[in-house]
Design a protein around this ligand. Structure first.
Ligand SMILES: Nc1ncnc2c1ncn2[C@@H]1O[C@H](COP(=O)(O)OP(=O)(O)OP(=O)(O)O)[C@@H](O)[C@H]1O
Length: 664
């Protein structure tokens, strides 16, 4: 994706530095305005507190000098006033610190909410699914999700500390410069190498963080498998605990080695630059001692400058560290900006057609060609050495081959790694043309991986077509408003959602604008979910999902809820992608009988491997190698004696065989 490429290309030269600086300024503006909007008054108060706090060290130095000078000339009253000033400044300092802490915390919480909302909003506005397939994008998203919770707090705290340090630094420089301008300048210069080195290390640290996201994701993945509920049964049955533990440990060890190496470099560099700035500060002391022997300074001056030089070199180091760290955090903000300003993965017509839908719908696929885009960034820099040698082997229990099979099956992977190894994605659809007439129920059959679900994804505009076009009621779907288009479609996906919400909410979320209890009852009845819902402790108000203390449902019951959800949606076009996979045969038969009544007048696309279901459709399309190879009613296709008839017979024979075995 363009937005990640922008920063991944490793830019060089002044021009790119300049662009980088401009980009940073835009980030600062975005994050800064977000913090500002979180509480303008609080930001002003924070700055005021930081400014006053920054002046206090210089004031205390001045007070110390005055106290000593007035005591030595016997002016006890004035020295007492300065002593009071010193004491009050101490109290003030503590008070300001508490106020600053309080304001920072409130601002940090509010900004955290703001940044999370921005992130969620930006993600919600990504119209397609393409980004989900991109490893780098997912890595970044995960890193952003994590840092959204602490980044604003850190930015505020470090920026505040930097600002306070800067004010205090300037005021002390003025004090020291008053004694010797040269000394102040030399002290300032001596800190520059330290600041530059720190900045370089912070950059490296940032790069390290970015490049370790993939490993961290794998660690989180391994941990999730071990601690989560989803894979708990298989983990126990197959004894996968040690495997995932090993995966976790290997990734951790790899990260730790790089981390340790980086830290060693930091320490070495810091010692050298620290020696330089410390050495120059030491020279300053010699200079002061020299001034004492020449008798040109008072006792108060001596105390002031001895303390000031110490304070100055300390402030210089701390402020440059704070500045560099704050810069690093702002750099992280850069990722947020890129994410928030990302170009959508689906082109939206600037003047989309919003209201062209008649009911029922005509759907037309015309010479549709599609292939999933290669993830161009999947093998880039950050993962160069991230080969599978880092993945653990199944030691005694499994040999290498079984591990490969395991990974290919996708049981332990999101299949990203295997997909990266493909030289180029093949065309999944290769010139598909068909029409669904208004109110028609068309079934789509084909082997696993033949592209049936891909057709659904294209209809919903989750991906851009590679070629050809899809029309709805005669309009190219690219000209339609994506939101409006999706409102007219209801889909029972193969991997439907199981929401940790109440039963009612699980159904109602398909149409949040509408609260129609009668319609909900109808949808639930149609999906034959009524009887098990009534048996639940609080019927419709029962919370689902044991991980939330709610009830769990069987696979078939969850599927019925998903069907009820899709029926509750007020859509003209219904797509059922394997809607009955978890239902028993009788339930499936009853479901389709009542479904036909409810879907009357609606266009339906039905995808199923069960021919008992498929044969109820008014027309059947057979998909093979990205093409429709047969089309007709069940009887026509059986007469044709082609692929459909072959698949039908295999399934029928299997049923008969199973039935015969049962009878005997
Ligand atoms: N996001 C994706 N990125 C890359 N390839 C994908 C993606 N989703 C699916 N594919 C590939 O596209 C092909 C078609 O997948 P699709 O899910 O459309 O098949 P299907 O006919 O619905 O299969 P099944 O009957 O198993 O559900 C498969 O080879 C699959 O690996």
């Amino acid at each position: 994706m363009k937005m990640w490429q922008e920063q991944a290309k490793g830019q060089h030269g002044w021009q790119s530095r300049w662009q980088e600086a401009i980009s940073q300024m835009r980030t600062i503006r975005l994050i800064g305005s977000m913090i500002w909007r979180s509480g303008p008054l609080l930001v002003v108060l924070l700055f005021a507190a930081m400014f006053v706090q920054g002046l206090i060290p210089a004031l205390q130095l001045l007070a110390s000098k005055q106290i000593i000078d007035h005591v030595t000339v016997g002016n006890g009253r004035i020295s007492m006033i300065w002593a009071w000033a010193y004491a009050i400044s101490m109290v003030f300092m503590v008070l300001l610190l508490s106020v600053q802490k309080w304001i920072s915390k409130i601002l940090a919480e509010r900004s955290m909410l703001a940044i999370n909302l921005l992130l969620l909003d930006a993600w919600e506005k990504v119209p397609g699914m393409k980004l989900y397939d991109q490893k780098k994008y997912r890595n970044r998203l995960e890193a952003l999700q994590d840092s959204a919770n602490w980044l604003p707090a850190q930015i505020i705290a470090l920026s505040a500390s930097f600002m306070t340090g800067l004010v205090s630094l300037i005021s002390i420089v003025v004090l020291v410069g008053n004694l010797s301008l040269m000394l102040a300048i030399v002290l300032l210069l001596s800190t520059i190498p330290h600041a530059l080195k720190q900045n370089r290390y912070a950059e490296m640290d940032w790069e390290y963080d970015k490049s370790s996201t993939e490993d961290r994701r794998r660690m989180n993945y391994a941990r999730e498998q071990l601690l989560g509920r989803r894979a708990a049964k298989e983990i126990r049955l197959f004894g996968l605990g040690p495997f995932f533990l090993q995966l976790y440990r290997k990734k951790f060890e790899r990260l730790f080695l790089r981390f340790e190496h980086l830290q060693k470099r930091f320490v070495r560099g810091s010692v050298l630059t620290g020696l330089l700035s410390g050495g120059v500060a030491g020279l300053g002391y010699f200079w002061i001692v020299n001034q004492i022997s020449s008798g040109s300074v008072s006792m108060g001056d001596i105390a002031l400058y001895l303390l000031a030089i110490f304070q100055l070199s300390k402030e210089l180091r701390e402020t440059s560290n704070d500045g560099v760290n704050a810069l690093e955090l702002w750099r992280m903000g850069h990722d947020f900006r890129l994410f928030i300003e990302a170009e959508p993965d689906i082109h939206q017509d600037p003047n989309p057609v919003k209201d062209v839908y008649g009911s029922p719908m005509t759907i037309e696929f015309n010479n549709v060609v599609f292939k999933y885009e290669q993830d161009a960034e999947a093998n880039e820099d950050e993962d160069e050495d991230d080969t599978d040698e880092d993945e653990p082997d199944f030691d005694e229990d499994m040999d290498d081959n079984s591990y490969d099979v395991y990974m290919e099956d996708g049981a332990g992977e999101e299949s990203e790694d295997t997909e990266q190894e493909r030289p180029d994605r093949e065309y999944i659809l290769n010139g598909i043309s068909f029409t669904i007439a208004p109110g028609e129920c068309v079934a789509l059959v084909g082997a696993n991986g033949s592209g049936k679900t891909t057709i659904v994804k294209l209809l919903c505009r989750f991906y851009e077509l590679t070629g050809g076009f899809i029309r709805m009621n005669g309009r190219d779907i690219r000209t339609l408003d994506i939101g409006e288009l999706r409102k007219r479609i209801s889909v029972v996906f193969q991997d439907y959602g199981k929401y940790g919400l109440t039963v009612r909410e699980n159904v109602a979320i398909a149409n949040v604008d509408q609260q129609d209890l009668k319609k909900m009852d109808e949808a639930v009845t149609l999906a034959q979910a009524q009887s098990f819902i009534q048996d639940l402790p609080n019927a419709y108000d029962t919370l689902l999902g044991p991980e939330w203390g709610g009830e769990d449902l069987s696979g078939g019951q969850w599927q019925r809820l998903a069907i009820a959800r899709s029926m509750y949606r007020d859509a003209d076009f219904i797509i059922l992608d394997e809607p009955t996979a978890s239902l028993d045969v009788r339930a499936e038969y009853e479901l389709f009988n009542s479904f036909r009544k409810l879907a009357e007048g609606k266009s339906v696309l039905l995808i199923s491997h069960r021919f008992s279901t498929v044969r109820m459709a008014s027309r059947i399309l057979v998909l093979q190698d990205g093409r429709i190879i047969e089309e007709g009613t069940h009887n026509q296709l059986m007469e044709l004696g082609g692929e459909y008839a072959k698949m039908y017979k295999i399934q029928a024979e299997a049923f008969e065989h199973a039935g015969a075995e049962k009878d005997s």
